[in-house]
Design a protein around this ligand. Structure first.
Ligand SMILES: Nc1nc2c(ncn2[C@@H]2O[C@@H]3COP(=O)(O)O[C@H]4[C@@H](O)[C@H](n5cnc6c(=O)[nH]c(N)nc65)O[C@@H]4COP(=O)(O)O[C@H]3[C@H]2O)c(=O)[nH]1
Length: 921
């Protein structure tokens, strides 16, 4: 059924083409495939057969004609022989009849002459009577011994003598001659051609008395011959023994008496008594069939000739008819052959065209189907493969020939075959195309995802007779999609889920937790001071640190937990399987401890801490946004609580976040509203004396909040880049104030201005400083810029360049918070620094913390080695001052001397009554 369909169906070429590729050839024995053009061998055979048939027919006609010819000729021969026999008889009869008359005259005359003189009238009358008995003879005469006529049946005696005639001499000289025949002679009396029959007259002693003579003329013979029906071309002739013509019909007067010796005719009768032959008459040029007879004992030969053409007229008619028939037949056959050949050639050409088109179409389709990477196949409705393309065979890992005729269960593993079978059955049942995606294992054992489309195949009656399918290997696409999805859902640096995936995981978790009261928690973990690391050691180190931190966090968490990076140094952790706050707290603590372990990045040992904010579902929020916001607030709270800790969200925390936001808004207006001011903290040489300089420290007098410490608003200013205009204002104000003091008579000192890393990164820093110095008139040597370590490490090359430019202006540079960062001391040599500032955190505990004391001693030693000045900040008591003095720290600054004070109060530091404390010994 399917095969019939495949050969009849309109989509047959496609299917057969595919089938032809790896299925048995449907019908290789296609007619008209032997030759493209001209006559094929088969066609040639047909033509030869037709021609042979024609030739056979013609041969039969020829045989028939030959037979007919022979028959006609035989008949003619018999006919002329019969006629010759008949003529012989007549001639003999005539001769005998004439001879009887001659004998009677001979007897009568001898009797009469023996008796004496004979009355001429009586003899003539008797001769006349006797002549009437022989109409063949024109005369009956009696001549005397001299050859002179004496008696004549006509009654008229001619004076002509016949004494010279041969027949007379023979009669005269030969007493035993009997009946004597003359040769054809031209009669002198009657002036026509005759032969004479004569007998001699003798007396009783045998003496010659004369002769009696009858003359038979040619005309009378010829008239007699005409009674024989020999046709228009026939001839009847009488010759003498010497073959001299005596009479002939049709007459030939000129030939009478003439011999036909040495002619074809004479040749044919030589030494024959009778017979028949065919010869050309030299007398009239007509070819005839002759019959002849030599008359026994008579000197005559009779001829009867029938014209060959007349003899064969019927045969010729037949020949013409047959010939015409053969010609007509040949022409008809030729016409048929031509017509057939043309139609054959046309048919062949059409067949070739169709075959070529079919072959071309088939091979194109085969090539096309085999060339496509997609799998293609056809099955019958018994679920057996009818055809597969190469891609299908490759996927199966089996040669196509092995697949044809098999079911899916013989080709694919059981479970997969069952799936295919179900799909096939669904398509057959519905009669509609089906679209399926299936994971298969290919011939090489690799998993591949295939996207299948199956369509039912119908025959012309609309019945489903099988199905065809195409499958595309979408493994790569799937993988690419997975990669893209992964990229879209994961952070590129750490490969952790990003906020988008976290959101969907959370939605899934929320869906799962519906009904169960299992709490969920969102932890927001932020690395403390990570920004410093990034700024100081560069992004590369920062990135590696984040990756290491990620690894640690991952190992600390369960697989069910979702660790995601929500940006920068911030990680969000979704805990879905936790029993409650205590457990979550323990997990958070574990995370903090993990982060507190030193990291080693590119040889840098980095000690970190983290702050964790925790929000709980559903208590603190029912969606990711709310939970993140609240965890963020808790995380800020943890930072505010001193970092390296975790905090559960409480509603009050939002107030702090709100506060930060409102602080930012207020800060934007602080500069134009002149809410910012500078306080100045004096700096001294260890050993006392007047201040050698002042550090300008920014203050913000908020209209509602009062004095806001820099630690609260400078990070906000840096994050929002507000630090740029603020920093510019600070620089200009500090320089202006310094000049103002000097103009007021105060001794010249340096003024130290803190430079934020954000400011340092601005491109026009050097020109800004130059402009401010120019505008305020402050000598560059009296301006000291405090920079932090992290600022130097961010982009070392540029930092070196910028610092040298600044240095070239003549200003001083000091390194703030030294010791809190992570840079190598060796960097110090590369920067054009004037002073190192020991961070107050070391100073604070140096008396009781030997580590801090050691760091301070090391810093002082390095500074001495590098010929840099050293100033310790945060000096609050005498012990600290004494210790610093003991270890040759050059300068100090701190509450021991003075907190930062408004500019107006600075003048009091130059009052001898308020001298700065000095080391004890
Ligand atoms: N506990 C204690 N503290 C002491 C003592 N002596 C001085 N201090 C405080 O230590 C800080 C020294 O400034 P810093 O290390 O540069 O640290 C500064 C500096 O980093 C930043 N800052 C202040 N003003 C500016 C500014 O104009 N620009 C920039 N970029 N940063 C500034 O804010 C930080 C904090 O400034 P302040 O709150 O003014 O705090 C000042 C100062 O008041 C002491 O004996 N004990």
């Amino acid at each position: 059924m399917l095969a019939r369909f495949f050969s009849d169906s309109p989509i047959h070429p496609c299917l057969a083409g595919l089938g032809g590729c790896h299925a048995p050839e449907p019908n290789a024995e296609t007619p008209f495939l032997t030759k493209q053009n001209g006559i094929s061998s088969r066609q040639f055979v047909y033509v030869v057969i037709a021609l042979l048939a024609l030739a056979g027919f013609c041969a039969l006609l020829g045989l028939e004609l030959n037979h007919s010819y022979d028959t006609e000729m035989a008949f003619a021969r018999r006919n002329v022989e019969n006629l010759a026999d008949s003529l012989e008889g007549r001639t003999r009869g005539a001769v005998e009849k004439i001879d009887l008359v001659l004998l009677e005259v001979q007897y009568s005359m001898q009797q009469r002459l023996a008796k004496g003189p004979v009355s001429p009238q009586a003899v003539n009358a008797e001769l006349a009577r006797l002549l009437s008995r022989i109409p063949e003879s024109q005369s009956l005469r009696v001549a005397d011994a001299t050859g002179t006529f004496r008696y004549d049946a006509s009654g008229k005696i001619s004076s002509q003598s016949i004494g010279d005639r041969a027949y007379f001499q023979r009669n005269k000289n030969d007493p035993k001659a009997g009946l004597v025949f003359s040769e054809p002679i031209f009669a002198r009396i009657t002036q026509n051609w005759v032969i004479t029959l004569s007998r001699s007259l003798r007396d009783k002693d045998g003496r010659f008395l004369g002769l009696v003579q009858a003359a038979v003329n040619a005309d009378s013979l010829q008239q007699h011959f005409q009674t024989l029906n020999v046709g228009e071309g026939g001839v009847v002739a009488l010759y003498d023994a010497e073959l001299r013509l005596i009479a002939r019909t049709p007459p030939l007067p000129n030939r009478l008496g003439k011999s036909i010796l040495n002619t074809e005719i004479s040749d044919n009768i030589r030494s024959r008594e009778k017979g028949a032959f065919e010869a050309l008459s030299h007398q009239d040029g007509i070819r005839r069939v002759f019959g002849f007879r030599r008359l026994e004992n008579l000197p005559f030969v009779v001829f009867v000739g029938l014209s060959r053409d007349e003899v064969l007229s019927e045969w010729y008619r037949k020949l013409t008819y047959y010939g015409a028939t053969a010609v007509v037949l040949a022409l008809a056959l030729l016409g048929l052959i031509l017509v057939w050949q043309r139609s054959y050639v046309r048919a062949v050409s059409m067949a070739h065209t169709m075959t070529n088109a079919y072959d071309e179409s088939s091979s194109r389709i085969r090539a096309l189907l085999d060339s496509i990477p997609d799998l293609a196949w056809i099955k019958d409705n018994a679920f057996r493969f009818h055809a597969v393309n190469e891609a299908y065979a490759r996927m199966c890992g089996k040669p196509a020939e092995e697949i044809i005729g098999k079911t899916v269960f013989q080709v694919w593993p059981e479970a997969l075959a069952r799936t295919f079978q179900n799909h096939d059955e669904a398509v057959l049942a519905s009669g509609k195309p089906g679209h399926f995606e299936v994971l298969v294992t290919n011939g090489e054992g690799q998993p591949r995802t295939l996207d299948y489309i199956r369509v039912p195949v119908h025959n012309e009656e609309g019945e489903v007779v099988g199905m065809a399918g195409i499958a595309r290997d979408i493994t790569e696409r799937k993988e690419a999609e997975a990669r893209i999805r992964h990229l879209a859902e994961h952070d590129a640096l750490t490969d952790l889920p990003n906020r988008s995936l976290l959101s969907s995981r959370m939605a899934d978790a929320i869906n799962r937790s519906v009904g169960s009261q299992a709490p969920m928690a969102l932890l927001l973990l932020d690395l403390d001071h990570f920004k410093n690391i990034n700024d100081s050691l560069g992004h590369e180190v920062g990135d590696k640190l984040l990756q290491l931190a990620t690894e640690r966090l991952r190992h600390t968490l369960d697989a069910a937990d979702t660790l995601s990076r929500s940006g920068g140094d911030e990680f969000a952790i979704l805990l879905t399987e936790c029993s409650g706050a205590p457990m979550i707290g323990r997990i958070a603590q574990r995370l903090l401890e993990t982060m507190a372990q030193p990291f080693n990045v590119d040889g840098h040992e980095l000690v970190l801490s983290a702050s964790v904010g925790i929000s709980m579902y559903p208590h603190d929020g029912t969606d990711l946004g709310a939970l993140l916001k609240n965890a963020d607030a808790a995380m800020y709270s943890a930072k505010a609580a001193g970092r390296n800790t975790y905090q559960f969200f409480t509603p009050e925390m939002n107030a702090r976040v709100f506060e930060r936001l409102s602080l930012e808004n207020s800060l934007r207006k602080a500069l134009p509203r002149q809410e910012l001011m500078l306080y100045y903290q004096p700096q001294y040489r260890v050993g006392g004396g007047d201040p050698i300089g002042f550090e300008a420290l920014l203050r913000w007098r908020h209209p509602e909040l009062g004095l806001v410490p820099p630690a609260r608003f400078i990070p906000i200013a840096e994050e929002t880049n507000l630090i740029l205009p603020i920093g510019e204002w600070v620089l200009a104000e500090a320089c202006r104030q310094q000049m103002a003091w000097q103009r007021a008579g105060q001794p010249a000192t340096t003024v130290a201005v803190n430079l934020s890393p954000v400011q340092f990164r601005q491109r026009n820093l050097v020109s800004l400083v130059q402009r401010v110095l120019a505008e305020t008139g402050l000598p560059a040597a009296q301006l000291e810029l405090e920079i932090t370590e992290s600022l130097l490490m961010d982009d070392t090359e540029r930092a070196v360049e910028v610092l040298h430019e600044l240095k070239s202006l003549g200003i001083r540079l000091s390194l703030d918070d030294f010791g809190t960062g992570y840079s190598s001391l060796s960097y110090l040599k590369r920067f054009p620094l004037d002073k190192i500032k020991i961070d107050q955190s070391f100073v604070r505990d140096m008396i009781k913390d030997s580590g801090d004391a050691a760091i301070i001693q090391a810093i002082i030693a390095i500074a001495a080695k590098l010929e840099l000045g050293v100033i310790a900040e945060g000096v609050e008591n005498q012990s600290q001052l004494d210790y610093l003095a003991l270890h040759q720290c050059g300068e100090v600054q701190g509450y021991l001397f003075s907190p930062p004070v408004p500019a107006a109060e600075v003048c009091r530091f130059f009052n001898s009554a308020t001298r700065a404390p000095a080391p004890m010994a």
